[in-house]
Design a protein around this ligand. Structure first.
Ligand code: NAD
Length: 374
C-alpha cells in the first residue's frame, strides 16, 4: 500500500505524524511511504532525512492525496483532504469527531475508513499506542517549565552570598498523566510540590514523585480510571477546602478533566483574588475552556497581580519529541494491521481496532459520535 504523510495545515501545528525512524521501519515492512515536501520542517525532520528512511518526497498535497491509500495525520482530516482522497481510502488521525460533526459526516459520505487515535482503549495492550498519554506527558512537562518561566520567583532553594532564597511552592490540581509529569518536572526544578485529585488512587502516585498529596473530603472515582463530575454541593465543598491551599502557592498548575465534558471550573475569581501577588496559574485545561473561570484560552492575562496563562496545543511546542512519540504510537497501532507484504488487512474484530474505528463503508461506526452527528 501507499502510505501518505501530509504537511499539517492547522494553524500553529508544528508536529508531523511520522518521523524518519518509523518511516524506515514501515518501508522495511514493504510499505511505500510518501511524504509531502516540507512536512517535517517544523518538527526539524528535513525532507532529506525522510528520504534516507526510504520515503518518496511528493511536491504538493494534491498529488499526495491522489496517490494515497492510507493518510496519516496528527490533526483530524480537513474537508479538502476528505474530498481529495479516493473512496475507500483510510485515514488515521486524532479526530475528536464530536467537535467537528460536519467532517465526520463527510468521512462517512466519501466512504472513507477512519480510525481516531484518541478512541484507542486505555488497556495495557494498547499503552504503546496511546497518543492521549504521550502528548499529555509532554503538556505536563511543559506546564511546569511555563510556570517557572512566568514566575517572579526561583523554583529551587538557593543559598548565595546575597542570602538564602526559599524554594517556590507549586500545587498541581488533577494528577492524571499530565499532572504527574508536571509534578515530576516541578520537583526536578527544585520546587516544593503538592498534588491534588478527586481520585484517591492518585495519592500513592503523587507521593512516589516526592510531592505531598492534599487529601480533601470529596472522592469522585468514575468509570475506567477517570473522575466523575462533582455535584454542586461537592463543588462548593471542594472550593471551600481548596481555597486555603491555593492562597499559599506561588504556582498553580491545573489539569482537571472529565472525558467528554467541558473542563470543570475549580478556580473561582475569589480564589484568584486570594492568591499571592506575582502568583502564576498555568491552566492546562484551557483547550476545554479551562479550570479557572478567568482563563482565556490561548492568552496570558493578569488579574490583580496574578498571571493566568491558558496555553493551547502545548505538544506542538515540543514538536520534535512530540512527533517522535506520536509517530511511535501510530506505528504500534498500524503495524498489527499490515501483512508481511505490506498490505493493509485489519482484523475488525480486534478490540483495539474495533473501538478506535470511527467510519467505514458509509457508516459512522463509533456510536457516541454517530448519535452526535446524525
Ligand atoms: P484526564 O485528562 O481525563 O483528567 C486529568 C485528571 O483530572 C484526572 O486524574 C482526574 O481524576 C482529575 N480530575 C477530574 N475532575 C477533577 C476535579 N474536579 N478536581 C480535581 N481533579 C479532577 O485523565 P488522564 O490523565 O487522561 O488519565 C486518567 C486515568 O487514566 C488515570 O487513572 C490513568 O492512570 C489512566 N490511564 C490508563 C492508561 C492505560 O492503562 N493504558 C493510559 C493512560 C491513562
Amino acid at each position: 500500500i501507499k502510505l501518505a504523510i501530509p504537511k499539517e495545515s492547522a494553524s500553529g501545528e508544528r508536529r508531523v505524524a511520522m518521523e524518519p525512524g518509523t518511516v524506515k521501519r514501515l518501508t522495511q515492512l514493504g510499505v511505500e511511504v510518501l511524504v509531502q515536501k516540507g512536512a517535517g520542517d517544523k518538527a526539524h525532520f528535513p525532507d532529506a532525512v525522510f528520504e534516507e528512511g526510504g520515503a518518496r518526497i511528493v511536491g504538493t498535497a494534491a498529488t499526495l492525496l491522489k496517490e494515497a491509500d492510507l493518510l496519516l495525520k496528527v490533526q483530524g482530516p480537513t474537508a479538502k483532504e476528505i474530498k481529495a482522497l479516493r473512496e475507500g481510502a483510510v485515514v488515521i488521525a486524532t479526530v475528536h469527531g464530536h467537535r467537528t460533526p460536519e467532517l465526520v459526516a463527510q468521512l462517512r459520505d466519501r466512504k472513507l475508513t477512519c480510525f481516531a487515535m484518541e478512541l484507542i482503549p486505555r488497556i495495557s495492550r494498547a499503552q504503546s499506542m496511546d497518543v492521549l498519554s504521550s502528548q499529555a506527558a509532554i503538556a505536563g512537562y511543559k506546564a511546569a517549565i511555563m510556570g517557572a518561566d512566568l514566575s517572579c520567583r526561583f523554583f529551587p532553594m538557593l543559598t548565595t552570598a546575597a542570602g538564602t532564597i526559599r524554594p517556590a511552592t507549586v500545587l498541581v490540581i488533577g494528577a492524571g498523566v499530565a499532572g504527574l509529569q508536571a509534578i515530576a518536572t516541578a520537583r526536578r526544578l527544585g520546587a516544593i510540590v503538592q498534588g491534588y485529585d478527586v481520585r484517591s488512587a492518585t495519592k500513592e502516585q503523587v507521593e512516589s514523585l516526592g510531592a505531598k498529596f492534599i487529601q480533601l473530603s470529596i472522592k469522585a472515582e468514575g468509570e475506567g480510571g477517570y473522575a466523575r463530575e462533582l455535584t454542586d454541593e461537592e463543588k462548593a465543598q471542594q472550593a471551600e477546602e481548596l481555597a486555603a491551599y491555593i492562597a499559599k502557592v506561588d504556582v498553580l498548575i491545573t489539569t482537571a478533566a472529565i472525558p467528554g465534558r467541558a473542563s470543570p471550573k475549580i478556580i473561582s475569581e475569589g480564589m484568584v483574588a486570594g492568591m499571592k501577588p506575582g502568583a502564576v496559574i498555568v491552566d492546562l485545561a484551557a483547550e476545554g475552556g479551562g479550570n479557572c473561570v478567568l482563563t482565556e484560552p490561548g492568552k496570558t492575562i493578569e488579574h490583580n497581580g496574578v498571571i493566568v496563562h491558558g496555553p493551547l496545543n502545548i505538544p506542538s511546542q515540543v514538536s520534535l519529541h512530540a512527533s517522535e512519540m506520536y509517530a511511535k504510537n501510530l506505528f504500534n497501532f498500524l503495524q498489527p494491521m499490515l501483512t508481511d507484504g505490506g498490505d493493509f488487512a485489519p482484523d475488525y474484530a480486534d478490540e483495539v481496532i474495533a473501538r478506535s474505528l470511527l467510519t467505514r463503508d458509509g457508516v459512522i461506526v463509533h456510536e457516541p459520535t454517530r448519535e452526535a452527528v446524525e
